[in-house]
Ligand binder design. Structure first.
Ligand code: BJW
Length: 275
């Protein structure tokens, strides 16, 4: 059953404080694979198994090849219509904040105001020194590959540590991608800014776009909005909701209609929903 765009538009217009929680599905139409389900495998490895500090410690060659290939893919990709529509909503409404789990940089390249965009899981283009004694960090979306050994994305050859990216400051530490791996805390400043947004007033509406909602603490922001009786709009190509659930939602009186489910490509739905 089609979701009710008219009632969603009315809610959007009457909402002042709005959040978006976005995930890999937002960039799927830009050609970047999601993590779970189809496309979640990289060279027969589950992408989730590579996104851990233990994986990097055990096999930095494999993990750097994974991230180097993703840097290349993200640099080749272009933002899609949903990235631009979210950026436009941010310009229209200073009380709109996007919480992105994506590390691909496409929202920034769609000119999403950076003050209204929080990168919960870091960036493919951030680099950090792994040496305990060194505080080096930088952003680099211009150099690719980062070392000659990472030039061939199809190479399955083991790369010796000496040929992986090293810290230009201490000259000894291995660099790592500045993304948030499982078991690592989200950046303190990002969590603080998101918390402040909740403290400044009730969040009327959250747009949940292209995410499985399976990773915490990110998914917890939806629970926080629900707990405040805020409304939830889900945009997902494969929503795990039965037709009867949708019918129940759509048949409910406006006052009880707390949720919209828009099934399909976010790049199609979001521009229509936010116009
Ligand atoms: C479309 C579409 C189209 C497709 N249109 N839709 C509470 C309960 C249980 C566990 C935990 C908990 N709190 C913490 C944990 C542990 C853990 C966790 O959540 N585990 C779960 C798996 C159970 N969390 C953590 O470890 C976090 N850290 C932490 O909690 O630290 C605590 C701490 C405090 C103090 C000191 C120390 C520690 C960190 C989580 C970091 C996640 N990192 C990753 C990798 C980032 C780097 C990289 O990109 O490689 O982030 S994992 C991966 O999942 C990535 C994503 O951002 C994240 C979310 O995935 P996403 O975006 O939802 O993608 P998919 O593939 O899952 O879904 C895509 C969706 O799009 C699907 O639904 C499709 O249908 C849809 N779709 N095409 C619309 N065209």
């Amino acid at each position: 059953m089609a979701a009710d765009l008219t009632s969603f538009h009315a809610c959007l217009r009457s909402s002042s404080r709005i959040l978006a929680l976005v995930g890999a599905g937002l960039s799927a139409s830009s050609g970047l694979p999601t993590f779970r389900g189809a496309g979640g495998l990289w060279r027969n490895h589950d992408a989730m198994d590579l996104a851990t500090p233990d994986a990097f410690a055990a096999d930095p060659s494999l993990v750097w090849q994974f991230y180097s290939a993703r840097r290349a893919a993200a640099l080749r990709a272009s933002p899609n219509r949903a990235h631009y529509a979210l950026a436009e909503l941010a310009r229209r409404n200073p009380n709109f904040l996007t919480l992105t789990q994506n590390v691909d940089g496409l929202s920034l390249r769609a000119n999403h105001p950076s003050s209204q965009l929080l990168h919960l899981h870091g960036s493919l283009f951030a680099l950090k020194c792994t040496s305990f004694y060194c505080d080096y960090s930088d952003n680099n979306n211009t150099t690719h590959p980062l070392t000659p050994a990472l030039a061939d994305p199809d190479s399955h050859s083991f790369i010796p540590a000496a040929d992986l990216p090293h810290c230009p400051k201490c000259h000894t530490g291995l660099l790592r991608p500045g993304v948030v791996w499982f078991g690592e805390p989200l950046p303190w400043s990002v969590v603080h800014t998101a918390d402040s947004f909740f403290e400044q007033g009730k969040v009327d509406l959250i747009l949940v776009i292209g995410t499985s909602g399976s990773v915490y603490p990110a998914a917890g922001y939806v629970d926080r909005v629900r707990a405040q009786n805020g409304k939830v709009a889900i945009f997902n190509i494969d929503v795990d909701a039965t037709d009867s659930d949708e019918e129940r939602l759509l048949d409910a009186p406006d006052s009880e209609r707390m949720q919209w489910i828009f099934k399909g490509d976010a790049a199609e739905w979001i521009p229509k929903a936010l116009e």
